[in-house]
Design a protein around this ligand. Sequence first.
Ligand code: MF3
Ligand code: CO
Ligand code: CO
Length: 252
Amino acid sequence: MAVILKTDAEIDQMKKSCQLAAQLLDYIEPYIVPGVTTGELNTLCHDYTLAHDAISAPLNYKGFPKSICTSVNEVICHGIPTSKQKLKEGDIINIDVTPILLGYHGDTSKTFFVGDRISPVAKKLVQCAKDSLSKGIDAVKVNNRLGDIGAAIQEYAESQGFSVVREFVGHGIGKVFHEEPQIPHFGTRGRGLRLEPGMTFTIEPMINEGHWKAKILKDGWTAVTVDNKLSAQFEHTIAIRENGDVEILTLP
Ligand code: MF3
Ligand code: CO
Ligand code: CO
């Protein structure tokens, strides 16, 4: 399996799906309030996606049962929405959406606050995850290497006193949800695959308050922190254009 490079015309198509993904996060934001269930958020996102001529990539992907991932507090990623899980004041929740439009995937996620009584450490962690993604994106340049992206993220997150999840990484994306290359959010500058025009991939650092290690719950999907401390994540889909310009396709 090799990296599938895309032409500018293909990236233009893919951008439509990525823009829908960004709109979907904007659409769902006002519904994220104390008392709403993650199942209700899933249904709203699923219906919005269909109403925009797209489908939800997560639904039935390798057996995943819902249309979005909802990862609350100590959940690192791949939380499964349910009608029983009510959000509470002070929670943090990552919503990860991936519509498929015109055959292309658009993958983005954000961590939201529930209500306004958010603990100082939760605020600091969420800001750190957001800034870690920005540091990673700043390292995307033709002729840089994957290790430059990972190192930028890891150095920043660890300088804030937090840790970077190792078991889940960003990924190439296009007509296929998860394609080569893998994009680790940790690493060593100057190492790894060289970046080149035509690459399309996600960067999606998961930053933990405590230990970086994850464990998977019995449902086979939900990844949680081993110490039950908080985890936060932000994700964008990025493209490197034929002329070397770097574009955040999922920027709202
Ligand atoms: N959207 C997730 C990612 O960023 C993948 C979710 S896969 C699922 O790669 F099966 F859990 F939906
Ligand atoms: Co995602
Ligand atoms: Co992704």
